[in-house]
Design a protein around this ligand. Structure first.
Ligand code: HEC
Length: 116
């Protein structure tokens, strides 16, 4: 995955969420990573077993939401940035930096963007 592809995708918001999701990463791998990192302890996430946490917002319809954390336009590039470093974007919020690689964040973003 080159950065160029992510930037291009971010510029074409009109293309469907599913197309964008397929292009930025592997959603199946993303689902596995979401389980492994325990995102479901804080979030309700459709399709992820036992993801019923209430600390953070539910992640349903993530492919159609306009903003991340109420402030960052919901593009693939911004989603990857948020997943890798939420503390840099909203210092002090309850989502910890989880040490995701760019690849892992892209795969997780691919899954979340499929949530229509
Ligand atoms: C300790 C609890 C916690 C964990 C673990 C956690 N999050 Fe979060 N997450 C939050 C909170 C709280 C917010 C809201 C932050 C804000 O709006 O400032 C959030 C926000 C988000 C958002 C933005 C949602 C929106 O509608 O704005 C996404 C996407 C997200 N988290 C995905 C993940 C993923 C994927 C993981 C696992 C890699 C994860 N989170 C792990 C607490 C957590």
């Amino acid at each position: 995955m080159s950065v160029g592809v992510v930037v291009t995708l971010a510029a074409c918001q009109d293309s469907g969420a599913k197309n964008r999701a397929a292009a930025i990463g592997d959603a199946d791998v993303g689902a596995t990573l979401i389980g492994r990192y325990g995102c479901g302890s804080c979030h309700e996430i459709p399709g992820i077993e036992n993801a019923r946490g209430l600390v953070g917002p539910p992640l349903d319809h993530m492919g159609r939401r306009i903003y991340l954390a109420g402030m960052l336009p919901n593009t693939p590039a911004n989603m990857v940035q948020w997943l890798r470093d939420p503390q840099a974007i909203v210092p002090g919020n309850a989502m910890p930096d989880m040490g995701l690689s760019r690849r892992e964040a892209a795969d997780i973003a691919a899954y979340l963007f499929k949530l229509d």
